[in-house]
Design a protein around this ligand. Structure first.
Ligand SMILES: NC(=O)c1ccc[n+]([C@@H]2O[C@H](COP(=O)([O-])OP(=O)(O)OC[C@H]3O[C@@H](n4cnc5c(N)ncnc54)[C@H](OP(=O)(O)O)[C@@H]3O)[C@@H](O)[C@H]2O)c1
Length: 250
């Protein structure tokens, strides 16, 4: 997949991994990046050289009308990056069910809505790619993390299904499985479960670089940091041992 000259949508582009993905796409010569955020006023001002190539878009994963409007406002997209996501800690059997619902609604149904709205756009433009930012949590449950690992496992499964459907239509579908990354999402988790701070963390910039390396190399499954690569190896060797290890990680 050639990034130079592509037209990209990045959701959750205002902070964390999404902000780093935005600048990495610009650095690698994307013609234009639609920077989607539920509150576009929170997007960083683009650097002087990139100003004309960044287009802010309002997009809330839980509000289907904003997704439809975004797809209409961005008719030239060829690469869709589903990065935005939400977390909600707690134990599934006794935490606020509304928090579980909102994580599922955001990470699973919201991402599916974006794919349904933007795949026809990419197809009209001659094909391209969909990149879904998932998590190593898709490979094993962590009891203290509420519906988050379940949402990422569901997103992994959806990604596999959509990958098969889109292969003959000229659209490659990539899954990204980061380990813990130094963003406010991880701060939120550590705030509730301090032991998560003991695990190695990648930087958002490192994850963005490895994600685009994987996309350019055409890798279907991208493990963008050293810890994620360890998880991949362990999952292949001994999924049960990995499940035990993941009981302490995002
Ligand atoms: N950090 C980690 O350890 C880690 C590890 C593995 C995977 N990931 C995944 O990486 C992705 C990015 O996370 P991050 O670490 O960069 O977290 P972050 O700093 O908390 O950023 C989350 C982003 O998602 C956006 N978002 C949340 N709910 C949304 C909604 N309903 N509609 C639109 N945007 C919404 C947020 O927008 P607002 O600013 O408006 O809230 C923000 O831009 C997520 O999918 C996350 O699950 C993170």
């Amino acid at each position: 997949m050639r990034i130079e000259g592509s037209v990209v949508l990045v959701t959750g582009a205002n902070r964390g991994i999404g902000r780093s993905l935005l600048s990495e796409f610009l650095g690698r010569g994307a013609a234009r990046v639609y920077a989607a955020a539920r509150r576009p006023e929170t997007l960083e001002k683009p650097a002087a050289g990139a100003a004309g190539r960044v287009i802010p878009l309002a997009l809330d994963l839980t509000d289907p009308d904003t997704i439809t409007a975004a797809a209409e406002a961005a008719p030239d997209v060829t690469v869709v990056v589903n990065n935005a996501g939400a977390h909600g800690v707690g134990h599934l059997l006794d935490m606020d069910l509304g928090l579980v619902e909102s994580v599922m609604e955001t990470n699973v149904l919201g991402t599916l809505r974006v794919m349904r709205a933007f795949v026809p756009v990419v197809e009209r433009n001659g094909g391209g790619a969909v990149v879904n930012v998932i998590s190593i949590g898709a490979f094993g449950a962590t009891p203290a993390l509420g519906g988050y690992p379940a949402s990422k496992a569901a997103l992994h499964s959806m990604t596999q299904a959509v990958r098969q459907d889109l292969a003959p239509r000229g659209i490659s579908v990539h899954a990204v499985f980061p380990g813990p990354v130094d963003t406010s999402m991880l701060d939120y988790v550590i705030g509730h479960e301090p032991t998560f701070g003991d695990f190695p963390r990648a930087t958002p910039a490192e994850v963005a670089r490895a994600t685009l390396d994987g996309l350019e190399a055409g890798e279907p499954d991208i493990f963008p940091d050293p810890f994620a690569l360890e998880v991949q190896a362990e999952w292949r060797a001994d999924p049960q041992a990995l499940q035990e290890r993941l009981s302490g990680i995002t």
